[in-house]
Design a protein around this ligand. Structure first.
Ligand SMILES: [Zn+2]
Length: 272
């Protein structure tokens, strides 16, 4: 591993731990909703999923997305590599392209039944908090990585752009899954730019038309642009049921069940 890559990993880890600690503390000090399950059970199993996912990623992919971007850049691959853009513009364009790709991928995982089986593990959490942001089935994580590498190669995103995007996306996901709510004076202007916790929580509602909306993870413009925006849930944010009807047994929160959920008998995707 080059020194630059080791440094990138260090920055990523530092920002991740800082934002995780900040959101977790905020949730403890001012939680919006009460959890039905003990925090220890949810947290230990959700975080164990993260560990399994990262392990699989390391086994399957010899390169990180950042080092792959450096390779793509050196070979002049992709759209952005064809023009000599100013550095800031190239960074901004790469960021927007990657964010749009994540939005499109998220919609895809909701609409293709086989992919929904993987993605529903994220949605089956009956509570939504900072650890939900990290709880994805390892197969979804590996598949997302493959899609991300293809987008990086097609877009020609630089290593710096990919590192920035990964750090911001990770931080944004922990922020918008957090069990907190912003005051109205902050919520309104902020939601015009980014996805807030109140906006994303609607995506975790048990109601299908709410689950199939607010797909954005980072910039909030995509849902408005592509007509998938729900401004308010039909039930109160504090008490509306979260999760999936199919997986409400407390045992469903445990690692073994989480890993097997994609293979459980199917209930159609909320989108049908
Ligand atoms: Zn989703």
């Amino acid at each position: 591993m080059t020194e630059a890559m080791a440094q990138a990993d260090l920055i990523r880890m530092g920002v991740f731990l800082a934002i995780f600690a900040a959101m977790a503390s905020w949730e403890v000090l001012a939680p919006l909703r009460r959890s039905g399950l003990p925090r220890l059970v949810r947290w230990s199993n959700n975080l164990a999923m993260v560990a399994v996912g990262n392990l699989l990623l390391k086994l399957v992919f010899p390169l990180t997305a950042v080092s792959f971007a450096a390779l793509a850049q050196a070979r002049g691959w992709g759209l952005l590599g064809q023009v000599n853009w100013p550095g800031w513009l190239e960074l901004a364009l790469a960021f927007v392209i990657l964010d749009l790709a994540i939005y499109a991928q998220h919609r895809l995982f909701h609409s293709v039944p086989l992919l929904w089986r993987l993605h529903r593990v994220h949605h089956a959490d009956t509570m939504i908090d900072v650890t939900t942001a990290l709880r994805f089935h390892p197969l979804e994580i590996a598949l997302s990585m493959g899609i991300k590498l293809a987008v990086i190669a097609l877009a020609g995103a630089s290593a710096e752009a990919v590192l920035l995007f990964e750090i911001v996306l990770n931080g944004a996901a922990m922020f918008n899954h957090a069990n907190v709510s912003l005051p109205a004076w902050l919520e309104r202007p902020l939601r015009w730019a980014i996805v807030t916790p109140d906006m994303h929580r609607i995506h975790h509602s048990t109601l299908a038309d709410e689950t199939n909306s607010n797909y954005g993870f980072n910039l909030s413009c995509w849902d408005r642009l592509f007509a998938s925006y729900t401004a308010r849930p039909s039930r109160p944010q504090e008490t509306m049921p979260i999760g999936l009807d199919q997986f409400r047994d407390p045992r469903d929160a445990w690692l073994d069940r989480l890993l097997l959920q994609p293979f459980a008998p199917s209930q159609p995707s909320p989108e049908g």
